[in-house]
Design a protein around this ligand. Structure first.
Ligand SMILES: [Zn+2]
Length: 298
C-alpha cells in the first residue's frame, strides 16, 4: 500500500542509535531540549517546542534526561520535569503547556518526535525498580534501557502490539462491503474499525481472528497487512490489517462494541457527504484504512 506513513511516525528523524552508547556531558551549544511534565509538553510564546537555553540544574539530573537523536548536528534531548519541584520549574524560560493529543499546531514531524519522547520518558518513569529482584534500576544508554545494579538485569522498552482490522465481505460483480463499528454522536455516528491487543503466544493473524470472533462473532480469513502506526500512549503499536468474512451475519458483543453495520463504499461516501457519519478520529490509522478502502473502490 502506498502513502502509508502514519501520524506519530517519521522515518526521516535521525535517532542516531550509535550515539546512545557514547557517554559524554550535554553541551548547551549543540543541544536542544524537549520538556515534558506530568502528561503535558511545554512550548514558548511562539509555540516552539525546542528549548535551547535552560538552567544547568535540569541537565545535571541525568536520570530524567533521554537522548532522542539529532536534527542536523543538534542533539535533541527529552527531559522529564515530573521529579522537579514547582519552584525549580519556575526557573525555566516563560512557557505554556499542552497535551500532545490535543495539539493541532504541531507539524507531523514534531508530533512524531513528541510521541516518541512521551513514550520513552513514561517507560523510564515506570521502570525505576527491577522486576526480577526489586532493587532500584539505573538509566542506561542515555534513557534507552535500564540496568539493575544488584542482579545485573537489563530492561528494554517493550511495545504492546494491537491489531486493527478492516473486515470486508466480497460480493459478485459489485463493490465489496465493509463492517464498521458505530459510535453514536449527537446527530449521527462516528465509525471506526475493530481492534484489540495481541496476547502472549499469538501471531497477528491469530489475534485478528480471535478479536473479530469476540467483538462481532465473525470468522475472518485471508488476512493482509496494510500499514502500522506507533501509538505510544503509553506503549502501543497499531498493526492495520484487512480480513475477509464469508458471512454477513454478525452479533456485537455489547461490551466493547454496541453497534456495527455493513457499508458499501458508495453508501459510506454518501453518508459522510450528508454529514451523518464521521470517519474515525483525525490522525488515526482507522481513518487512514477506511479512507484507503473508499479510494480503492470508488
Ligand atoms: Zn535486579
Amino acid at each position: 500500500m502506498k502513502n502509508n506513513i502514519q501520524y506519530y511516525s517519521n522515518s526521516d528523524f535521525n535517532r542516531s542509535v550509535i550515539s546512545r552508547d557514547i557517554t559524554r556531558s550535554i553541551q548547551h551549544t549543540f543541544s536542544s531540549f524537549i520538556l515534558y511534565n506530568k502528561g503535558s509538553f511545554l512550548h514558548d510564546a511562539q509555540q516552539n517546542i525546542y528549548f535551547d537555553t535552560i538552567p544547568q540544574e535540569f541537565i545535571d539530573q541525568v536520570e530524567y534526561t533521554c537522548f532522542l537523536g539529532k536534527i542536523k548536528t543538534t542533539e535533541i534531548y527529552g527531559i522529564d520535569l515530573s521529579a522537579f519541584s514547582k519552584d525549580t520549574i519556575e526557573k525555566l524560560p516563560k512557557h505554556h503547556t499542552f497535551r500532545l493529543k490535543e495539539a493541532s499546531f504541531l507539524s507531523t514531524e514534531d508530533a512524531a518526535l513528541l510521541a516518541y519522547t512521551q513514550g520513552l520518558l513514561i517507560w523510564n518513569q515506570r521502570h525505576t525498580y527491577c522486576g526480577a529482584c526489586g532493587s532500584k534500576t539505573k538509566r542506561n544508554q542515555q534513557g534507552h534501557s535500564r540496568k539493575c545494579p544488584s542482579c545485573t538485569n537489563s530492561i528494554f522498552p517493550r511495545i504492546d502490539p494491537a491489531v486493527i482490522v478492516l473486515i470486508e465481505y466480497k460480493r459478485a460483480h459489485q463493490t465489496p462491503l465493509c463492517l464498521l463499528n458505530m459510535h453514536r454522536l449527537e446527530g449521527g455516528y462516528r465509525c471506526s474499525l475493530f481492534s484489540g491487543f495481541v496476547e502472549i503466544g499469538e501471531s497477528l493473524e491469530d489475534a485478528a481472528i480471535r478479536e473479530m470472533q469476540e467483538e462481532v462473532d465473525l470468522k475472518v480469513h485471508n488476512i493482509q497487512y496494510q500499514a502500522s502506526q506507533p501509538w505510544p500512549f503509553p506503549a502501543t503499536i497499531m498493526i492495520g490489517l484487512k480480513a475477509e468474512s464469508k458471512s454477513l451475519d454478525f452479533t456485537v458483543d455489547n461490551d466493547e462494541i454496541k453497534e456495527a453495520r455493513w457499508f458499501s463504499p458508495e453508501e459510506l461516501q454518501q453518508m459522510v457527504q450528508d454529514k451523518k457519519i464521521i470517519i474515525s478520529k483525525e490522525g488515526s490509522i482507522s481513518k487512514f484504512l477506511i479512507e484507503a478502502w473508499l479510494k480503492e473502490h470508488l
